[in-house]
Design a protein around this ligand. Structure first.
Ligand code: 13P
Ligand code: SF4
Length: 327
């Protein structure tokens, strides 16, 4: 049994001592989201996490999320110490798009602009012309289409399909998927909709096309949270990681949130819709990462994001293009 209040107090003291800020994603443990809010950090989608880190005047950023989020923070703030509770917190999209294979893929289509999702490694971003998140993917695709560009899209096939459908841009897709969002099932969702006929359906665009087709709102985590808060409806079926319920419930306590089904046996699955890598962030390893700041170089290296400077600069071009576009 851990003494949660003691851990939280220790984290707060260490954050103040090291002038450190928490940059947390909506999917991480509710205790971590609450701590980020209480200590001047941020809880956000991946686009806002990038912007917050870049504008922060903290000396140390502790990124509670997955690896690409830590790497993005470091790319934008090379002078800051960027730490993560667990550097092994990756993402199936990142894992499913190795940079050497992606380089060969791009080489086969030299006439196309390379557009990659933020959920990729620095090495993959270094091959790209543009980075996008689910928060700005449609706007950037529309802009590129208006410029007469054809694109390569990687790595999420479903998000790519959605962009293609919404914008009609000429696209060749890398066929990666998110293990969490790929699990939501259209047939079971339709049945659940019959059970809750008044509920609005909110879906993250990493889900399959058949699931997106049943959605009232498709969008980034931020867009889905805004929908719960701003729409007059009382019930929402939510197809994304359940970590998001913390913020939805906080902003709209009277609304009923229902997890979208992931398979026919478990109509309201509670152990699914949980990203295992987001789940690697917890109070214990957050204490450990803050304590590492007082220890020797070897211990710190186990938690610190360090990037090859040449790759960082290459990848930054595509990342900055996105941030400037979204400003
Ligand atoms: P957002 O940019 O919408 O926060 O999504 C990040 C992510 O990993 C979704 O699975
Ligand atoms: Fe990656 Fe999916 Fe986890 Fe998001 S939910 S971090 S896309 S594996």
């Amino acid at each position: 049994e851990t003494d949660k209040p003691a851990l939280i107090a220790r984290i707060k003291a260490l954050l103040a001592k090291h002038r450190a800020q928490l940059v947390a994603h909506y999917y991480v443990d509710a205790d971590l989201q609450a701590l980020a809010e209480a200590t001047g950090g941020v809880v956000a989608d991946s686009l806002e996490m990038a912007n917050f880190g870049a504008q922060s005047d903290a000396e140390v950023l502790i990124v509670c999320g997955v690896r690409f989020m830590g790497e993005t923070a470091k790319m934008l703030s090379p002078e800051k110490t960027v730490l993560m509770p667990d550097l092994n917190a990756t993402c199936s999209l990142d894992v499913g798009c190795p940079s050497d294979e992606f380089a060969q893929f791009c080489a086969q289509h030299p006439d196309r602009k390379v557009v990659v999702y933020a959920n990729t490694s620095v090495e993959v971003k270094a091959l790209a012309d543009w980075v996008v998140t689910s928060g700005n993917a449609l706007a950037i695709a529309r802009y590129l289409k208006a410029q007469g560009e054809k694109i390569i899209w990687a790595p999420d096939q479903h998000l790519g399909h959605w962009i293609d459908q919404e914008t009609g841009i000429d696209m060749i897709r890398w066929m990666g998927h998110c293990i969490v969002h790929d699990e939501f099932k259209a047939f079971e969702l339709e049945q659940l909709k019959q059970q809750y006929p008044k509920a609005k359906v909110l879906v993250h665009p990493e889900s399959a096309a058949a699931v997106l087709a049943l959605a009232d709102v498709v969008g980034s985590t931020k867009v889905l949270i805004n929908a719960v808060q701003s729409m007059p409806d009382a019930q929402f079926i939510v197809a994304t990681d359940q970590g998001i319920f913390y913020k939805m419930q906080q902003l709209a306590p009277s609304k009923q949130l229902i997890v979208a089904p992931t398979d026919s046996k478990a109509k309201q699955c509670i152990s699914c819709a949980n990203c295992p890598w987001m789940g690697m962030n917890g109070l214990e390893n957050l204490v450990a990462v803050l304590e590492a700041l007082d220890q020797d170089e070897r211990v710190l290296a186990q938690h610190e994001i360090r990037l090859d400077e040449q790759k960082r600069q290459q990848a930054l071009v595509a990342l900055n293009r996105m941030l400037e576009f979204s400003r």
